[in-house]
Design a protein around this ligand. Structure first.
Ligand code: CUA
Length: 328
């Protein structure tokens, strides 16, 4: 009996170490993620206890009841054990019920947006995200105030995508012609990746954005800067270049951008010549309708086609000017 208990403790410790020492989940940054983490650990600890018992019994039986080399006899005939069968049916039934109750409670809590959530419309398309705020302002980057319930209303323009921020947990499909909801309550300041987690075409792996969780004041200032009058300036254009995620794919020395997915923006004049268009017009078209001209060596359909939506006309002028002048 002592050996059996010893084996059980040893297997339990081993499994616990694997569970605790490996960082299986990212550090959560939202209330919903914390609740999901709770269910995850609740289930995992139950599994570890069961694993320890089963592994100990198997190991004990292997060691203790090992047949001797010359022993060819049969074991004693045994016909079930009613008491044992009741126990091994009742215990799992109780555990599975407990897990389903805990999951059900968390599911209900995570789906509850409260009475006054911040509502943000999320539109997915090959291969970009557009976030629209209640005041009508649009952005390619998601900014959320901390400790505020948010309800995302997620849809898609072309094919099925899926919205996912690992630190906020939960994934929600973006389906054309349908609005799917997702409730988030950020609890931690920081920048986290927004990932498309449904294979949606050539640029799927590049369909990433960023969510930044700010304090209330920072969020409101950011929202004002988004909505405020556009209108020129290299500083604004540089910020736009960064916010729109251009650097993720393009090289552009003035912005210290070194992306290699799309054409080198230091060489725009040569590319405009190849496309047979004036530089300004070429740049504007390439931002708004990226597939109109494809530089040799690059592929159609990779650059997002939503910049005409997310960048205001005045801002677009500034960005074109910034790129055409080599960062001035
Ligand atoms: Cu959109 Cu993958």
């Amino acid at each position: 009996m002592i050996q059996l208990v010893g084996l059980g403790v040893a297997f339990g410790v081993l499994a616990s170490l694997v569970a605790l020492l490996v960082p299986w989940l990212p550090d959560s940054a939202g209330k919903e993620a914390e609740r999901i983490e709770f269910v995850f650990w609740f289930t995992t600890w139950i599994c570890i206890v069961i694993f320890a018992i089963v592994a100990a019994v198997i190991a004990y039986a292997l060691l203790k009841f090992r047949v001797k080399p010359e022993d060819d006899s049969d074991g004693p005939p045994i016909h079930g054990h009613t008491g044992l069968e009741i126990v091994w049916t009742a215990i799992p039934a109780v555990l599975v019920t407990a897990i389903s109750i805990v999951s059900g409670v968390v599911l209900a809590q995570n789906g509850n947006a409260g009475s006054k959530p911040l509502e943000i419309k999320v539109t997915a398309q090959q291969f970009a995200w557009t976030f629209e705020y209640p005041n009508g302002a649009k952005s390619g980057r998601l900014v959320l105030p901390v400790d505020q319930k948010v309800r995302l209303e997620i849809t898609a323009k072309d094919v099925i995508h899926s919205f996912w921020v690992p630190q906020l947990a939960q994934k929600q499909d973006a389906v054309p012609g349908q609005v799917n909801k997702l409730v988030l309550t950020p609890t931690r300041l920081g920048k986290f990746p927004v990932i498309c987690t449904e294979l949606c075409g050539l640029g799927h792996a590049l369909m990433r954005s960023q969510v930044e969780i700010m304090n209330r004041k920072g969020y409101e200032e950011w929202l004002r800067s988004l909505k405020g009058p556009g209108g020129g300036g290299a500083t604004l254009a540089a910020k736009l270049f960064e916010d729109s995620g251009c650097a993720g794919c393009h090289t552009f020395t003035p912005a210290k951008a070194t992306g290699k997915v799309g054409p080198d923006l230091d060489k725009l004049p040569e590319q405009a010549k190849r496309a047979g268009k004036p530089l300004d017009e070429f740049i504007r078209e390439s931002i708004v309708k990226p597939d109109a001209y494809i530089e040799p060596g690059f592929m159609k359909g990779v650059m997002p086609t939503n910049f005409g939506d997310t960048i205001k006309p005045n801002d677009l002028d500034a960005l074109v000017q910034y790129l055409a002048s080599g960062g001035k």
